[in-house]
Design a protein. Structure first.
Ligand code: ATP
Ligand code: MG
Length: 199
């Protein structure tokens, strides 16, 4: 049975008044911690989307990429070259390539110190900590130190954290948490990573 025009109109009016009320209620202005986790594709690229949005408002951005291959991608080159972005990369192979925990830990700590500087930099409006979750899960970084630095960042800064299997401590401090669910991924059909989509 199709809904009558009058009933549809009434339903939409109710919906509108509810949404208008909720928008009015949301009057707090505060910097956010956004956590993007889960096994599906779209975490880092979502962070890049928010970088793009921020740059469009002439905001200054800091990016720290953990768990990084030795080669820079085109996307990394873009981040490095952009005048409004400060970018840092953990210049090490993946854990399963290096197979050297003490080396990985050393690199993770070195990279984290750059993140801490950004979190105290008055000129930076947004800090992206890409693939940070693994640094806690592998115990390369001290959880308490990481949480403290993020919580005690300069007041105006937004922070975006990405990576699978986010630790509860990250979920607890975040304002917005999305878990991206893996329903299908082309890779499982033996399709290679595609330029512009995957890297
Ligand atoms: P993206 O950078 O594309 O947003 P992501 O940050 O959500 O991906 P990562 O775990 O960081 O995911 O993996 C990055 C790379 O791995 C991308 O090339 C992505 O397409 C691929 N990938 C992500 N999820 C899956 C999956 N479930 N199976 C296979 N490959 C994946
Ligand atoms: Mg990612």
């Amino acid at each position: 049975m199709t809904e009558s025009t009058a009933s549809y109109k009434k339903r939409m009016q109710l919906k509108k008044s509810y949404i208008d009320k909720r928008i009015k209620q949301a009057n707090i202005n505060k910097s956010l911690i956004v956590l993007l986790t889960g096994n599906g594709k779209g975490k880092s690229s979502s962070a890049l989307g928010m970088i793009y949005r921020s740059l469009a408002y002439n905001m200054k951005v800091g990016v720290v990429k953990f768990l990084k291959g030795e080669q820079h991608t085109k996307e990394d080159e873009f981040l490095i070259k952009h005048k409004d972005i400060k970018a840092f990369f953990m210049k090490t192979g993946f854990t399963w390539d290096t197979q050297d925990t003490s080396y990985d830990t050393k690199k993770a700590i070195e990279t984290w110190l750059e993140a801490e500087k950004l979190l105290q930099d008055e000129n930076i409006d947004l800090v992206v900590l890409d693939e940070l979750t693994y640094m806690l899960n592998y115990k390369y970084l001290d959880k308490k130190q990481v949480i403290y630095a993020i919580k005690n960042r300069i007041k105006k800064q937004h922070v975006i954290i990405t990576g699978r299997a986010a630790d509860k401590s990250l979920i607890d401090i975040a304002d917005t948490v999305s878990e991206i669910k893996d329903i299908k991924h082309a890779f499982r059909d033996n399709i290679k990573a595609q330029k512009g989509i995957d890297y």
